[in-house]
Design a protein. Structure first.
Length: 162
């Protein structure tokens, strides 16, 4: 199962506490959601756009199509390492679910989000089968929850065509 470690900064433990997913060293979904809300506010204030990319592991090479009982922290950690190697400084990675990761891509165009999705897919293809979906702020929504829903819908649409 996933291990959560809590890291607190010393100056204000209650306000500066955040949680990381211990198996992948990425943000857990609660913290990722807070960071996404912050990015929405920043982008509204600055009149800038950003991309949200959702990447789901469909299959680990050598393992059947059902991941529910086979995807462990080692697999998720290996996949997170691939993601970290492909994103730019300032991009934010969070583990959304067992085999799902989300990435906030500040001030990134749709073409650049699509290019990153293709890069991740190619980089992972020897070990993992993945699906991706994306949403753009403000084109697809100006609300964090709706952006996640739009990116997941795009992911499901992509998966359905595989």
């Amino acid at each position: 199962m996933r291990h959560i470690k809590t890291i607190a900064q010393k100056d204000s433990p209650k306000e500066n506490t955040f949680a990381m997913d211990g198996g992948t060293d990425t943000y857990n979904f609660a913290m990722f959601s807070n960071l996404l809300n912050s990015e929405v506010g920043r982008s509204l204030r600055l009149s800038r756009g950003f991309g949200l990319l959702v990447v789901e592991i469909n299959r680990v090479s050598g393992v059947g199509p059902e991941l529910d009982n086979v995807l462990g922290d080692d697999d998720a950690g290996a996949f997170a390492t691939i993601l970290k190697g492909e994103v730019s400084p300032g991009d934010i990675i969070g583990r959304s679910d067992l085999g799902e990761f989300s990435i906030i891509l500040p001030e990134t165009s749709r073409d650049d989000v699509d290019a990153l999705a293709q890069k991740i897919t190619r980089k992972a293809e020897w070990t993992f089968s993945v699906s991706t979906g994306s949403a753009m702020f403000p084109d697809d929504s100006t609300e964090a929850a709706a952006l996640i829903a739009a990116a997941r819908y795009a992911l499901k649409t992509t998966r359905a065509t595989m």
